[in-house]
Design a protein around this ligand. Structure first.
Ligand SMILES: Cc1cc2nc3c(=O)[nH]c(=O)nc-3n(C[C@H](O)[C@H](O)[C@H](O)COP(=O)(O)OP(=O)(O)OC[C@H]3O[C@@H](n4cnc5c(N)ncnc54)[C@H](O)[C@@H]3O)c2cc1C
Ligand SMILES: *[C@@H]1O[C@H](CO)[C@@H](O)[C@H](O)[C@H]1NC(C)=O
Ligand SMILES: *[C@@H]1O[C@H](CO)[C@@H](O)[C@H](O)[C@H]1NC(C)=O
Length: 509
């Protein structure tokens, strides 16, 4: 996809962003505003939810964000020497408009671009290495894969075109009660089929060659989701879009967006672990009863609880991710939904790479590849190996060649053994390992995703990860949940689960 068409489309959409507001003339608000809203989790999902909740409910409501660890969640950095490096979510697509909007609102610049160069490793040797010359890459790929490459870009672009409809729907205030309905509104039945098929099945069906899928597509799904081409077609398309040009990151670290949104939304960060949420009925001012959610939490100063009108859960409700008990709900809400999260271990190593490990005789002083992807072959214990640049690029920075001691990031399903590390690196002095339960283990056929609405005014954001896990997906779910919460509070049901929005909104433009 050319950058020019990308940015043109982005401009069009951003234009819409600024003019679309007139569509939102709000009905006279009969009901009182909620007094207190809780968000559980201060990752990008929770902090974006706080931002959109403030936007929808105004200055009067108190918003508390609970976080048991540090704000940022799966967006995290470590310091090695004088610089910080991303260990979790790292790149953002140029058409991820919510993420773009956040940094503009917060006044944080994108990180300076240092360019990338890709290679593919099959466990024994480098089977492909990108040249500095575009035309050479193009001819090489054309020679081996025919028009598969071009067709892939067109296919990803057609999915992205439909994906982008969500921004218009949200701008006009529309929201959806389930991931399936949200996907259907974007891409109709074709998106539901994508969810229900493997990427491999989908691409074979679209006429791609098995050779291309094994050599090119599998390395991309392995680096982005640590899994094979048997992930679902939707997350597969998101993954392939993650190989587009123009990817960016946030200067100073992606997690800055989370702390920025917390500040901007004037919410209070409560450093505590939420242990349970229960439904409480209390007498109300006007003599009838009102129901509240009681959040029980444990912080530094011990256990406490508080009542809320609206609650948003912004952490996965899955084994190993969170252990919140729900009580007093009928039907009951489980602590853990079915399905598990896939482990990706991020190992950051400050050291000197062993070029022979890559089976290449190229001199290390000339090896400037930034991302080494891997094929799905038995000999491959790693999913990827990247030369990392710091979260803030100093003036005059140039990515050092492999002959210098520098920071590498290895993704693997399991912790690297001492022996594996010693084979990969001639020497190293610092090592940071983060074993992430990173994203869902995607295994189509599709099982129904958990709902966005767990109870009347209790919402769940991370169900969206079963379509695809990415910062922008959490941001989209955050806005959806804030809209849902607002419309349901004010009983504006015509803004929920509307069919055929795409054709209907075309007239409103
Ligand atoms: C290694 C890796 C690489 C990735 N690469 C990319 C990428 O390049 N681009 C991209 O877009 N995405 C990427 N992702 C995915 C992306 O990071 C996630 O989709 C996104 O950060 C999820 O954000 P979230 O706020 O929904 O969840 P989280 O970030 O997981 O936030 C949930 C928060 O809730 C807190 N919490 C949990 N339980 C409780 C409790 N009981 N009480 C209080 N707090 C609680 C947690 O501590 C956590 O901070 C990557 C992820 C990983 C792990
Ligand atoms: C997914 O596929 C299975 C069979 O493979 C089918 O029974 C099911 O209805 C499909 N679900 C959706 C949502 O398309
Ligand atoms: C470098 O890698 C090669 C190939 O895997 C291995 O045989 C050799 O022992 C490694 N060198 C060092 C110093 O570990």
């Amino acid at each position: 996809m050319s950058l020019r068409t990308l940015s043109l489309r982005a401009l069009l959409l951003l234009g819409l962003w600024h003019t679309g507001r007139r569509g939102l003339a709000s009905a006279p608000e009969l009901q009182e505003q909620p007094k207190k809203i809780a968000v559980v989790g201060a990752g990008i999902g929770g902090t974006a939810a706080a931002f959109y909740l403030r936007q929808k409910f105004g200055a009067g409501v108190k918003i508390d964000v609970f976080e048991s660890n540090i704000a940022g969640g799966r967006l995290a950095t470590v310091k090695i020497g004088d610089y910080e490096y991303e260990t979790g979510g790292s790149v953002i697509h140029p058409l991820n408009l919510h993420m773009k909007h956040f940094i503009e609102r917060l006044g944080i610049p994108p990180r300076m671009d240092v360019g990338t160069k890709m290679a593919i490793f099959d466990g024994k040797e480098l089977v492909f290495e990108e040249s500095n010359w575009f035309i050479i890459n193009f001819l090489r790929l054309l020679w081996r894969y025919g028009f598969n490459f071009l067709r892939m870009q067109m296919w990803v672009e057609s999915v992205l075109d439909k994906f982008m409809r969500i921004y218009q729907y949200q701008q006009f205030g529309y929201s959806f009660s389930s991931v399936e309905r949200l996907l259907h509104a974007m891409g109709g039945d074709s998106f539901l089929t994508l969810m229900n098929q493997t990427l491999e099945e989908t691409m074979i069906g679209e006429g791609f060659s098995q050779l291309f899928i094994n050599d090119i597509v599998a390395p991309i799904t392995r680096v982005n989701y640590g899994q094979s081409v048997r992930i679902n077609g939707f997350v597969g398309a998101v993954s392939l879009a993650g190989a587009d040009s123009g990817l960016w990151a946030v200067d100073g670290g992606n997690k800055r967006v989370c702390t920025g949104l917390l500040y901007h939304s004037k919410s209070e960060l409560i450093n505590a672990k939420v242990t349970s949420i229960s439904l409480k009925v209390r007498p109300s001012k006007r003599g009838n009863t009102a129901s509240f959610y009681e959040i029980n939490y444990v912080g530094e100063s011990g256990a406490a609880h508080s009542l809320y009108d609206i609650v948003v859960i912004a952490t996965p409700l899955h084994q190993g991710k969170s252990d919140i008990t729900f009580s007093g709900f009928n039907p009951p809400i489980p602590s853990h939904y079915p399905g598990r999260y896939h482990q990706t271990v991020a190992t950051l190593v400050h050291g000197m790479l062993n070029m022979s490990y890559l089976g290449t005789t190229e001199p290390a002083s000339e090896f400037t590849v930034s991302d080494i992807l891997t094929t799905d072959s038995k000999g491959c214990v790693i999913n990827s190996l990247s030369s990392l640049d710091p979260v803030h690029i100093p003036d005059g920075y140039k990515r050092p060649p492999a002959s210098q001691t520098k920071v590498w990031k290895v993704f693997s399903s399991n912790s690297l053994t001492q022996e594996q590390l010693q084979n990969m690196f001639l020497s190293y002095d610092t090592l940071f390992e983060t074993p992430w339960l990173a994203y869902p283990a995607y295994r189509p056929p599709h099982r129904k995703t958990p709902p966005f609405i767990l109870h009347n005014r209790l919402y769940y954001l991370n169900t969206v990860e079963w379509a695809a896990s990415a910062m922008e997906m959490s941001a989209i779910a955050a806005r959806n949940v804030a809209l849902l919460a607002h419309h349901r509070w004010h009983e504006q049901i015509r803004k929920i689960d509307q069919e055929d929005l795409h054709t209907r909104l075309r007239g409103e433009l």
